[in-house]
Design a protein around this ligand. Structure first.
Ligand SMILES: [Zn+2]
Length: 134
């Protein structure tokens, strides 16, 4: 499936996002549809081989902190791991994201971003869109 590039991708830093205090990316799709993907959502869906191995097959259904932090295996804090340092385009099919813990091997294809956008829309209203969990 070919997914065309979002019209615009805006990085939202933690401080800019107000009371939700969660960073992430605002994606504006060609249709004008605007979707906010939280840094947490993006990090949990990091498509690099290393993260996929950790995620297992049901990765995106798992909360970040199922009792204990899923991410404690790494020496960085969750805070660092969900901080977006840099976003850059890769060809005309994907973006790369560098995280606060210097992890940057994930290539987020537009197809993946589209999929996450769809999931975000589906969950909208049911959950508190994942932004206020302590
Ligand atoms: Zn990764």
């Amino acid at each position: 499936m070919v997914v065309s590039a979002p019209r615009e991708i805006r990085r939202r830093s933690k401080s800019q996002s107000g009371e939700a205090s969660e960073g992430g990316l605002d994606l504006i799709w060609g249709s004008g549809e605007e979707v906010f993907l939280s840094a947490r959502t993006l990090r949990l869906n990091c498509p690099c081989a290393e993260c996929l191995a950790k995620q297992g097959s049901t990765a995106h259904d798992k909360p970040l902190t199922p009792g204990r932090s899923l991410l404690r295996v790494v020496s960085a804090t969750v805070e660092q791991e969900t901080e977006i340092i840099l976003v850059w385009p890769i060809g005309n099919y994907a973006i790369g994201i560098r995280w606060g813990d210097n992890h940057d091997s994930g290539i987020y294809s537009f197809e993946l971003l589209r999929k996450l956008s769809n999931e975000q829309n589906r969950n909208w209203g049911e959950e508190e869109h994942g932004s206020k969990r302590p």
